[in-house]
Design a protein around this ligand. Sequence first.
Ligand SMILES: O=C(O)[C@@H](O)C(=O)COP(=O)(O)O
Ligand SMILES: [Zn+2]
Length: 215
Amino acid sequence: MSRHDDNRLREQIATLGRSLFDRGLTMGSSGNISVRTDDGGWLMTPTNACLGRLDPARISRLDGEGNCLDGDRPTKESFLHMAMYAERPQSGAIVHLHSTHSVAVSCLPEIDHDDCLPPLTAYYVMRVGRLPLVPYHMPGDAALGDAVKGLAGRHSAVLLANHGPVVAGKSLEAAVYATEELEETAKLYLLLRGHNPRTLTPDQVAALEARFPRD
Ligand SMILES: O=C(O)[C@@H](O)C(=O)COP(=O)(O)O
Ligand SMILES: [Zn+2]
């Protein structure tokens, strides 16, 4: 990867991380971001780093086996990101946040574990689609990687129970947009609970998926 591309990706991770943090989409040092690099490795946010105050020069650079080549120690979820990338060769970036409404939905007993949120809006179907729940694991538990393996090939986003969303996209911008849309839909879902909202019909969802295929 050229020095120019490396710098550009580092700047983009820091800029979008700050944007997410400043809008309250993740708090404290929660959340992590990764981007696939064209040498077969990744740039990942360091563990215990605040997404709002990332130093581009200290972002971790990993090789294709997950060894840290330079920068600070990578996120403890590096294996989770890598497990998702292994199933999704088309994905170039992954975002994990503790976005409040998505986390709230991940704690509800009544949600459908195969698809946690209903198709309330067209944009949600276009950006996220079906959202499976991954059973609870401790953050950093290597078993989380195995748990997403069967799901990530078919789903660009998963919801970790009592934890938060993990969302892949073709580019970092696309992953961020999808994460934002997931959070807004989780908010709508909570607002509409008890109101028996109309959702999109299966035919409407199928028409959207045909017209706007996701990665
Ligand atoms: O919830 C956790 O502890 C992690 O999933 C997380 O969000 C932040 O961990 P690091 O990326 O290792 O800071
Ligand atoms: Zn987390």
